[in-house]
Ligand binder design. Structure first.
Ligand code: KIV
Length: 271
């Protein structure tokens, strides 16, 4: 990697990279050892996701994760990250009000994050605005928002049918208007994610959302093929099997995302 490629990725860089046609690569990570490997492989964004409640803590959902958990893992990741932009999740109900979200987000930025991610639109739009006005960069997350698992009745594809698709398009516009600088789209049909990405003023990052997003994210444990005791989602590819080592797997992922060869059609959901 050249020196200019090793410059830390900043929030304004995300839009500039999109405009330059660079596909953004993002992976989740929860500790220093893996963070060093991801950073060295050129991953653009590291997500300290509340998925840690499932893949690290062994829970059945993300609902048990606390701000302290995310702050601890963010500190671990930040200790070994030089280039990637660290995005830290606001866990369940930490963003229930703007004031709570500001306290939680401040703790996560102090722990080393460069941006926080929060799920949903609706009353979260006021939270996004409140944080952005107070110098906290925000990544929005729409579609299959895992903190809504009880209302959804499971981890289900979102945006199917005309009304649901229209609602998702509207929410995507709203989070950008509220000031989000990045948008994660999870388990959204490929044509809908393509439409949202095409119309979005901010870069989109897909997970199970087809190839037309501006970047991709996977949970690290999934792309390393770890057996997590549940069926692997269809959008996951086992990069360890082809990469031969953890570093090789991460490098293969970054290359596949940048080349547009991941995700393939079989990793997406049809309308
Ligand atoms: O917590 C997480 O890992 C996430 C990704 C699935 C996008 O939010």
């Amino acid at each position: 990697m050249t020196d200019s490629q090793r410059k830390p990725v900043t929030v304004p860089d995300l839009l500039a990279l999109r405009q330059a046609g660079h596909k953004l690569s993002m992976l989740t990570c929860y500790d220093a050892g893996f963070a060093r490997t991801l950073d060295n492989a050129g991953v653009d964004l590291i997500l300290v996701g509340d998925s840690l409640g499932m893949v690290v803590q062994g829970g059945h959902s993300t609902l048990g994760v606390t701000v302290e958990d995310i702050a601890y893992h963010t500190r671990c990741v930040a200790a070994a990250t030089r280039r990637a932009l660290i995005v830290a999740d606001l866990p369940f109900q930490a963003d229930a009000t703007p004031e709570r979200a500001l306290d939680a987000a401040t703790a996560l930025l102090r722990a080393g994050a460069g941006m926080v991610k929060l799920e949903g639109a609706g009353h979260k739009l006021a939270v996004i605005e409140y944080l952005v006005e107070r110098e906290i960069p925000v990544c929005a997350h729409l579609g299959l928002t895992p903190q809504s698992v009880l209302r959804f009745g499971g981890f289900k594809v979102q945006g199917r049918g005309n009304a649901a698709a229209q609602k998702l398009c509207q929410e995507a516009r709203q989070v950008a208007e509220a000031g989000a600088a990045l948008l994660v789209l999870e388990a959204v049909t490929a044509p809908l994610a393509a439409r949202i990405s095409h119309d979005s003023p901010i870069p989109t990052i897909g997970i199970g959302a087809g190839k037309d997003c501006d970047g991709q994210v996977l949970v690290l444990h999934d792309m390393l093929g770890l057996d997590l005791g549940h069926r692997r989602p269809r959008f996951v590819r086992d990069f360890l099997a082809e990469g031969g080592s953890v570093a090789g797997a991460v490098a293969a992922y970054v290359e596949a995302v940048q080349a547009g060869s991941f995700p393939a059609e079989e990793h997406g959901y049809k309308a």
